[in-house]
Every structure is written in structure tokens, then in C-alpha cells.
Ligand binder design. Structure first.
Ligand code: C3G
Length: 597
């Protein structure tokens, strides 16, 4: 058994080689690829960067907005010295679904565009010859897959995507691709769970491996061994631990060794933060201390790059977030590239990790219909069993991928789903149960509730360990000169939640207004920077009146690309930063508030 989701780690037992660079690329609008044996090799191709989203590299809509099958190919050699090892191919993601071929042999297939695809290619690879990797992808949206949308066929036969969500349907091989060399007898997975006591911490751990003895060691930041033990299950005890604290992270290194016949045959190393997460009454506790969440809903999004993984964007975004004094973000609306979580671990940021369950409300561009309170009986249709199966699988894959990150403190099961029917409740009851049964750290589970999910109508919030609200009073509801009514309606809703005495924390996971950097206006009007500031101030005043409000994640960190429409000006402009990551006026307001909060 070698198939493991563990992030690549290089040492004297394991090697990795990035297969990033220029690949061959070809659209397959009539889905003839397999029948014409494209898996053996592509002809008439164009160059395509990997990692990359293909869309914004093109200059015609036919290509940019392409929907359907498309293929990638590249050749590679097996590096010297990898003989006799198990060889794996690991894609950070393949959006939204893919079939992988090596030398014409089908290696694996995968549904879901935001989680790793890992497969053993040992049986297909030729050690001393050129090897060919061919990947067929597909980016069509449907009501049976996540994220949810539909595909429309124009008269010409050309397909276009109609997302039920508000971000551009970027796709391709958008994250790193590695070739991995793993020992035949190997470590496949591990998980940890931390318990804090007066002057020590216990790290309960579990290792999955091939048969052999397991040694586990823990090193501090200076490389000194602070604890060690043996066995596939056990406890690492750490005296006077340095805790992983919010915006003040301390990271140990855990080293797991597999020993056979007194010889180490495999080793895996990773960072480890000692911290606990609890929800107690209306507070979120990290290491037993309450934390108020300050930060953003984000996107993986950038000009030209689309959703391509790029370290420089990750770095710049963290620098901007630190500058605003933020301590948290939500990976709206899908699990991000793993490198985001690694940097969050280092920088002491908290993450609400979200599955791509967005668009679970039948409406093209949910911001048009959602505002009207349209109820589409989404959970009562025949596509639900298949969707649910995919949803469950992606919850499992996300938690399995991210379970060891100290930064991840909560799981989000959905964004702005319909929640007012019994069918919605029974659907999500099972989804939440899967998350709770999968996470070794029992982190809190939640989902982001849209405005029709009200105290008296929402059936899903009882499943949430803390309540996440997306609210747009003063934007989608009563914007502009009617904003005084918006404030009343908002307070009205807050009073109703208060009357419920839920004794749970509330986090605002979205609130914001679109605005253009060019627009300044006195008095303020919608789309001006002044309006965004006044709106935010109104929200802050309300948040500060309710002690159960324990966090504010503004929508959005930066402007981002969406589908075209009458409400979007080259994308969503609710950014606190521009798409180029420069501050709008509101950035200074947040920086000041969060410095003292
Ligand atoms: O529109 C936005 O900027 C953001 O809002 C959220 O969706 C809403 C759409 C309409 C209404 N409404 O009409 O009340 C409320 C919420 C989505 O979670 C987010 O992905 C999107 O980008």
C-alpha cells in the first residue's frame, strides 16, 4: 500500500521531483479523445503552463470560457536512483475531474477539483525510457457535483458554464504536480490530537504504515529532541511545551520512522503545532483562551494566473493580512492549495477550511435570486443522492488532507446553501456526521448561512458548533439612501438570535460592499469607497453590541473574477484590497479597528 495523501517530503528515503513547466494542451469539445486514443499521445497541441488556469491566457471567449473535456500531456524520465522504489504521481488538484494515463495505461480517475489526486504509477513506468503522462480533464458544472452549477449549450453547440456561485470557473492543472519516490515499505498517513495539562502536553498520535516498528520523535525549533516514543498508536509527552498561538506560532517537527529488521526503511517529517481548539459557551478557545476572529473570506484568484498556485501571491496575501492585523481567514469556497495552510501554520493564522459545497440553491448567480428569498426546493430533486455522495467524499478528502495543520481550527460544510427545508436538514445531518467521524481532533463544524437562513426559518444551524452568518444589509438589502432601514432590519435579526439564547459563538463570515477604486463621493453613494467605509462602521457598531459575536471575516480580501453579469464589473469588487493587492480606503479602517480589537 503506497497511495498516500501526505504532502511530499524529501529525505534519504523519499524523493520528489516537480513536473511543473510547459505541458502540451488540447481542447476536446466533442469528447472524441479516448475513442481516438489521445491517451497514447496528443497531436496538434498548444503549450500550456502548469500549474495554471488556462482561461485568462487566451484572447478569445471560445477558449477562455471553454467548457468540456480538455487534455494535458508531458514526457518525463524516471530520475536515477529511483529503481526499486514505489513511484507515485501527485497532483495538488485537477479541476474539476480527471482521468490520468501513464504510457497509455489508465492510472486513476478523480472527481472534485480542489483536492489532491495521488496514484501509484510503478506498474506503468519504464525505468530507462521516456515516459508519457496524459491527463484528461473536464470542467462542466452540474447539480450532481461540487461546486454546483449547470452547463448550457448554445445554438452553435458550444457549451458555456452557468455557475450557481459567484467566482469564475477557472480550471486546469492549477496546482503543483510531483513525481514521488517512496520506499516499498512505507508510512502512509498519520494523525495527531493534542491535550494540554498544567505543565505538559500529550500528543496522541496514530500512524498508518506497512508492517514494521514505528518510532516517533519530536524536535523543537532549534532541532533538539524533546520527546520520543514507539508504536503505531501512542502518546508523545512534551514538558512545558511552547504553544502554537494565534499570530505567534511555534512549530515543532514530528519525525516518524518505520523500522524493519533493525533498519530504518522510511521516514516522514512534518511541522507540528501544539494547540487545542474548543467552543465553550459563546466563545472560541485556542489553548483555553478566547480569541476574536479578525480577517477575511478569500479566493484563490489573481490577474492572468486565475486559480494557479503561485508562492508569491500566497506570500503577498499573508503580508497584506498581517498589515491589517488580521488573524483568520476562510478558504471560501473550496480547499486551497496546501501551501496556503503551511504558511498559515508558520504565521499563526486561523483557518476555517471549506469544502466546495457552494451553489446549493438553484439560481444562476445566486446573488440575484438569493436576495429575493427564492426557494428552489434544491434538496428535493433526483440529483441529490449523487451530489451527497460527492459531498461526503470531499469532506473526507479535505479532512484527511488538512487534519494535521494547527492553523485549521474549523471545518465549513457549505456556503449559502438552502437551509429552510427538512430535506436540507437531513442532508446536512449526514454531512456533519461524516466530518465529526473523520477528524481526529474533533474540530468544530459549521457552514456559512445566507440571509434567508433566519432564526425562525433555518433548520440547519443547530448542526453548527458556531454560527456563521453572511449578511448584506445595506448592500443587497436596502442599499444606498435606504441604509437606515437596513440597519433596523439587521438589529431586528440580531435581537431574534439573541432571544434564542443559543449560547454559541457567532462569526460573520461575509459582509461587504462592491466599490471601485476610482469612486469617491460626498455624500457617499453605493460603489464609492466612502460607502464601503460607512457600511463597515455600521456593522462594527452592531457586532460590538452583541457579546456572542466572536468574529468578523470581511467579504472579500481582494477583488476577484466572476462570471459576467449586470451586477459585476469585471468581477466582484468587494475587495478590501484591489485584485493587484493594493489597499482601498477600507483597508485602513480595518487595520485601525483590528489593532485594538
Ligand atoms: O455577492 C457577493 O459578493 C458574495 O455573496 C454571497 O452570496 C450572496 C449573494 C446574494 C445575497 N443577497 O442577495 O442577499 C447574499 C449573499 C456569496 O457567498 C459569495 O460567494 C459572493 O461573492
Amino acid at each position: 500500500m503506497t497511495n498516500s495523501v501526505l504532502y511530499p517530503c524529501d529525505n534519504r528515503f523519499r524523493s520528489s521531483k516537480l513536473l511543473n513547466g510547459i505541458w502540451k494542451f488540447k481542447f476536446d469539445p466533442n469528447s472524441v479523445g479516448e475513442s481516438e486514443n489521445w491517451q497514447l499521445g496528443l497531436t496538434d497541441t498548444i503549450d500550456m503552463p502548469v500549474p495554471g488556469s488556462f482561461s485568462d491566457l487566451f484572447t478569445t471567449s471560445k477558449e477562455r470560457d471553454y467548457v468540456g473535456d480538455f487534455w494535458y500531456e508531458r514526457d518525463f524520465y524516471m530520475p536515477k536512483g529511483w529503481d526499486g522504489q514505489n513511484l507515485l504521481i501527485r497532483f495538488g488538484s485537477l479541476t474539476h475531474r480527471a482521468v490520468v494515463y501513464c504510457n497509455g495505461i489508465k492510472i486513476t480517475s478523480h472527481e472534485g477539483g480542489f483536492l489532491p489526486v495521488v496514484a501509484d504509477i510503478s506498474g506503468a513506468i519504464k525505468p530507462n525510457e521516456k515516459n508519457r503522462l496524459v491527463v484528461k480533464l473536464n470542467n462542466e458544472l452540474s447539480e450532481e457535483t461540487l461546486p454546483v452549477g449547470t452547463t448550457r449549450t448554445l445554438k452553435s453547440g458550444r457549451k458555456i458554464s452557468l455557475p450557481y456561485f459567484d467566482f469564475y470557473n477557472y480550471s486546469g492543472i492549477q496546482r503543483n504536480v510531483w513525481l514521488l519516490s517512496i520506499p516499498v515499505n512505507s508510512i502512509q498517513n498519520y494523525s495527531t490530537n493534542i491535550k494540554l495539562y498544567e505543565d505538559y502536553a500529550n500528543i496522541d498520535y496514530k500512524v498508518e504504515s506497512d508492517i514494521g516498528d514505528i518510532n516517533v520523535e519530536l524536535f523543537d525549533e532549534r532541532g533538539h529532541k524533546v520527546s520520543s516514543t514507539k508504536g503505531n498508536n501512542g502518546v508523545l509527552k512534551v514538558h512545558n511545551p511552547n504553544l502554537w498561538k494565534v499570530r505567534n506560532a511555534y512549530l515543532y517537527t514530528i519525525r516518524i520512522s518505520l523500522v524493519k529488521d533493525n533498519e530504518v526503511v522510511d521516514q516522514y517529517e512534518n511541522k507540528l503545532g501544539i494547540r487545542t481548539v474548543q467552543v465553550k459557551d459563546s466563545q472560541i478557545l485556542i489553548n483555553g483562551e478566547p480569541v476574536y476572529l479578525k480577517g477575511f473570506g478569500k479566493h484563490e484568484d489573481f490577474d492572468i494566473l486565475g486559480k494557479s498556485f503561485n508562492w508569491s501571491i500566497v506570500k503577498r496575501d499573508f503580508e497584506c493580512m498581517k498589515w491589517t492585523n488580521a488573524n483568520c481567514f476562510r478558504t471560501s469556497h473550496y480547499p486551497y492549495a496546501e501551501e496556503w495552510y503551511q504558511m498559515a501554520d508558520e504565521e499563526g493564522f486561523l483557518i476555517i477550511d471549506e469544502v466546495p459545497a457552494v451553489g446549493m440553491m438553484r439560481s444562476f448567480q445566486n446573488f440575484v435570486d438569493a436576495g429575493k428569498g427564492k426557494y428552489t426546493r434544491f434538496f428535493e430533486t433526483s440529483t441529490i443522492p449523487q451530489l451527497k455522495e460527492n459531498h461526503i467524499e470531499q469532506v473526507r478528502e479535505m479532512i484527511n488532507r488538512d487534519k494535521n495543520h494547527p492553523s485549521v481550527f474549523a471545518w465549513s460544510m457549505f456556503n449559502e446553501s438552502e437551509t429552510t427545508s427538512d430535506a436540507a436538514f437531513s442532508y446536512f445531518k449526514d454531512i456533519f456526521e461524516v466530518a465529526r467521524n473523520t477528524d481526529p481532533q474533533s474540530r468544530p463544524c459549521t457552514g456559512a448561512l445566507e440571509k434567508n437562513s433566519q432564526p425562525d426559518t433555518c433548520k440547519v444551524y443547530p448542526l453548527c458548533d458556531f454560527i456563521c452568518l453572511n449578511r448584506y444589509y445595506g448592500w443587497y438589502i436596502d442599499g444606498g439612501e435606504a441604509v437606515e432601514d437596513a440597519e433596523d432590519k439587521f438589529i431586528d435579526e440580531m435581537e431574534k438570535w439573541k432571544d434564542k439564547s443559543l449560547n454559541k459563538p457567532f462569526i460573520f463570515t461575509e459582509f461587504g460592499t462592491d466599490n471601485l477604486v476610482s469612486e469617491h463621493k460626498l455624500p457617499s453613494i453605493m460603489w464609492s469607497q466612502e460607502y464601503q467605509n460607512e457600511y463597515l462602521k455600521m456593522y462594527f457598531e452592531i457586532f460590538d453590541k452583541y457579546s456572542f459575536v466572536q468574529g468578523e471575516l470581511v467579504w472579500n480580501f481582494a477583488d476577484f473574477q466572476t462570471s459576467q453579469g449586470i451586477r459585476r464589473v469585471d468581477g466582484n469588487r468587494k475587495g478590501i484590497f484591489t485584485r493587484e493587492r493594493q489597499p482601498k480606503d477600507a483597508a485602513f479602517l480595518l487595520k485601525k479597528r483590528w489593532e485594538n480589537k
